[in-house]
Design a protein around this ligand. Structure first.
Ligand SMILES: C[S@@+](CC[C@H](N)C(=O)[O-])C[C@H]1O[C@@H](n2cnc3c(N)ncnc32)[C@H](O)[C@@H]1O
Length: 411
């Protein structure tokens, strides 16, 4: 991925809210006033503190090697049987055992960690500072670990840096980092990218069979199977989506723009010989429903608060019909609806929200059936989150709290 206007060199994490824009990174504009100077000083201090924290975290991992396991192996996708041979995806990770949905595949610490936000006066300066930070992080690695990093894929071979090139291969490091790093947490203290020597071998799929997430509590990235995976099957994750359900052309354009590769995953290459693609039809319908549902929910909420309760309830019923239709389309498209896919969980959450807007009894209490349905949507979301992130994930705990907050009305 290139250092561009809206990104600083890492795949999105599981959450799409994790974007760091150049506006946040490039601060403040030149010709600044004294309060701007003060803000800049503060930003520099913050950046320095974050750098120290990431250095300390990375120092423990300077001698890391890729994980060797009897459960999976790195393989060459271009020579493997059953692969999409028309598209070279380089190396990938494949399973050497059967996994069930919800099994943990691996967890790994980052060998390099680089802050995403830089206190710079221009985008150019932010890029230069980022590149220096990447080199500094690389320089702290042991000679053996450096070699592992230099052997990784580089989708940005022409990336140059502003730093003097001291050793052969140094000019490639920013490109390698950009191709292989992942965004870690979203919070200020965690806002950095990380490079993981094994997880970075996992290719992208628009219909993945595994999910990756950053666990701040473990300071590690975890990968869980979100579909059953067979022996010999490639393990794939999603690097990030725009959050919208897009057809093949839309997804490819997004991935090419954001991560600089032409997607050759199964979902992007499954048109029939006539070029028909049922998947595109489904994804386009999902997209229009994704746009419509939040608007309908807002209408239902406004009607309920205007005490036009019947109107609100009817609109909420329409949302629920749409939610059910989306879940059916997602299942037909091969996304397990308990699999924590990026599209599934928001739809289930809309279902929960709509249930809270359904008709109430004369005393304003949600009907028992609506409470049950609300809980059922959240329970599915909970299962999807457990499967994709593990039962100890903080997101699982948050959902459990939300489920407990749904009233159980004693009638
Ligand atoms: C993090 S690396 C993944 C491992 C990499 N294939 C390797 O050889 O080490 C990301 C790069 O892999 C390739 N890649 C990953 N998923 C792909 C896909 N679905 N289609 C085409 N290329 C893909 C792209 O070149 C991308 O920049």
């Amino acid at each position: 991925m290139t250092v561009n206007d809206d990104d600083f060199g890492c795949f999105g994490s599981d959450s799409e809210e994790s974007e760091v824009s150049s506006q946040e990174s490039v601060n403040p504009p030149t010709g600044s006033s004294s309060s701007d100077d003060e803000q800049r000083r503060r930003l520099l201090e913050d950046a320095h503190m974050r750098q120290m924290a990431t250095d300390a975290a990375a120092a423990a991992h300077r001698n890391r090697r890729p994980v060797i396991s009897p459960d999976f192996e790195v393989f060459d996708t271009s020579t493997a049987a059953n692969s999409n041979n028309d598209c070279n995806r380089g190396m990938g990770l494949r399973s050497l055992r059967k996994y069930s949905c919800g099994d943990e595949i691996l967890r790994e610490h980052a060998v390099m960690r680089v802050p995403n936000q830089q206190a710079a006066v221009s985008l150019e300066e932010a890029k230069a500072m980022h590149s220096v930070a990447v080199h500094q992080s690389f320089d702290r690695l042991s000679a053996e670990t450096k070699q592992f990093v230099l052997e990784l894929a580089n989708s940005y071979p022409s990336t140059t840096t502003t730093q003097a090139v001291e050793q052969p291969g140094q000019q490639e490091i920013v490109g390698v980092y950009q191709t292989n790093s992942f965004r870690l947490g979203e919070e200020e203290s965690n806002n950095c990218g990380g490079l993981f020597l094994t997880i970075c071998r996992i290719n992208h799929s628009c219909r993945p069979n595994a999910n990756h997430s950053w666990r701040a509590d473990l300071q590690a990235k975890t990968v869980y199977a979100t579909q059953d995976i067979d022996v010999g099957e490639e393990i794939c994750i999603t690097y990030g989506t725009s959050g919208e359900c897009l057809d093949t052309a839309g997804r490819r354009a997004y991935l090419s723009e954001r991560f600089s590769f032409e997607c050759g995953c199964h979902m992007c290459t499954e048109s029939d010989p006539q070029g028909n693609n049922d998947g595109d039809r489904r994804m386009n319908e999902l997209n229009s429903r994704q746009q419509e549902i939040p608007l309908l929910l807002a209408t239902a909420a406004a009607a309920s608060s205007d005490t036009d309760e019947a109107g609100g309830g009817e609109t909420a019923e329409r949302v629920l019909e749409s939610v059910e239709r989306c879940l059916l389309l997602l299942r037909e498209q091969g996304f397990g609806t308990t699999a924590g896919g990026e599209y599934v969980k928001p739809i289930l959450h809309y279902g929960y929200q709509a249930c809270l807007l359904l008709r109430r009894d004369s005393r304003g209490r949600l009907l028992e059936e609506s409470e049950r349905r609300a809980r059922s949507y959240l329970n599915q979301e909970l299962l999807a989150t457990k499967n994709g992130e593990g039962i100890e994930s903080p997101n699982v705990l948050k959902l459990q709290d939300l489920i407990n907050s749904i009233p159980v009305t004693v009638r």
